[in-house]
Write a protein that binds this ligand. Structure first.
Ligand SMILES: [Zn+2]
Length: 60
């Protein structure tokens, strides 16, 4: 396997890592309870998916 001949400087390492960014998750509104939820997953607040209850939500 190829080996790097010289190490990259901290500046060059930092320049590469400027593209490493945290991005916000895609969020949609639940059609059942209108709370924000992740798409293609059961709603965390009402437990609905595709118009019916699929999981029971724990209420503390
Ligand atoms: Zn919901």
């Amino acid at each position: 396997m190829a080996l790097p001949k010289h190490r990259h400087s901290r500046t060059r390492q930092a320049k590469r890592r400027t593209h490493y960014k945290a991005k916000m998750p895609n969020v949609v509104d639940c059609p059942q309870c209108k709370s924000p939820m992740l798409p293609h997953r059961a709603c965390r607040s009402c437990g609905y998916y595709s118009g019916r209850a699929v999981v029971t939500v724990k209420t503390t």
